[in-house]
Design a protein around this ligand. Structure first.
Ligand code: 13P
Length: 287
């Protein structure tokens, strides 16, 4: 059964660890994440962008696949199915499709419009039993066509959005989607501490989890981050393992061309990456 992400993130915030949002792209991704979460007794959030849902068919296709897989795998750890960087229309579609959590990303609107639309989406989510994430200050970089300018969020704007009753809040603090450039100045912990101080203790969300050094992850968790999103790192691990398999000519040996064999090293690479993230974020054994 899918659960809202609200309780799992409140628990994480109280006990100072973070739950991983791992974005899924297909069946292999979904199975790798769910299997690893169960093996490690860790709660997990499956993140789905509009682009990933379109690739898999529709939001309803994703819900059906995830729900059936939870049954087939006998998953007992808490799992939330969460829309990542949703538009107004995508939030509505995910409520209908049976997601258990949504993110409304109004960070690119003028602030007053972000407030008005976020308020409406909170009402929609809560009426239907879903948890909801909002965003202030666009996350930099590009993810599935969502391009952000890399703002540093204004703590006063964060206060106002948190006061609307959102369940958890993403705020730009110098984090970006995709790999970090060598000259990246790092996360802005002063702003994170200010945001923390004015948002009433709601769980904070760190996007762009790929490649953030361990000390910064620990410091962010200490300052109220309870959800960390990871996407690119699994993609890189999957691609590298698949490339190695083909470069070694293993697809040309026996039944090596069978997709169930060909995709196995990439599947294992996702599992290893997810396990590393659970360990880094401190969520192992917390289910
Ligand atoms: P990365 O792709 O940088 O890991 O970011 C993922 C993310 O923030 C999903 O919203």
């Amino acid at each position: 059964m899918l659960v809202s992400a609200k309780e799992m993130l409140q628990q994480a915030a109280a006990a100072q660890y973070a739950v991983a949002q791992i974005n899924i792209n297909n069946l292999e991704w979904t199975k790798a994440v769910l299997t690893t979460a169960q093996e490690q007794s860790s709660p997990v959030i499956l993140g789905v962008t509009g682009g990933a849902a379109k690739y898999m068919g529709s939001f309803a296709t994703v819900t059906a696949m995830v729900k059936e897989m939870l049954k087939a795998l006998g998953t007992t750890v808490p799992v939330a199915l969460h829309l990542d960087h949703g538009s107004y229309e995508q939030c509505q579609a995910c409520v209908e499709a049976g997601f258990s959590s949504i993110m409304f990303d109004g960070s690119h609107y003028p602030f007053a419009e972000n407030v008005a639309k976020t308020r409406e989406m909170i009402d929609l989510a809560h009426r239907n039993g879903l948890s909801i994430e909002a965003e202030v200050g666009a996350i930099g970089g590009e993810e599935d066509g969502i391009v952000g300018s890399g703002d540093i969020a204004d703590p006063e704007e964060c206060r106002q959005i948190a006061a609307l009753g959102v369940d958890f809040l993403a705020a730009g603090i110098g984090n970006i989607h995709g790999s970090y450039p060598a000259n990246w100045p790092g996360l802005d912990f002063d702003v994170l501490a200010q945001i923390r101080a004015v948002t009433g203790g709601i769980p904070l969300v760190l996007h762009g989890g790929t490649g953030i050094p361990t000390e910064m992850i620990n410091k962010a968790i200490g300052l109220g981050v309870a959800k960390i999103n990871v996407n690119t790192e699994c993609q890189l691990a999957f691609a590298a393992a698949t490339r190695r398999y083909i470069e070694e000519g293993r697809d040309q040996q026996g039944k090596g061309f069978d997709p169930r064999n060909l995709l196995a090293p990439g599947y294992q690479a996702i599992k290893d990456t997810v396990k590393d993230k659970f360990a880094l974020f401190g969520s192992i054994g917390k289910a």
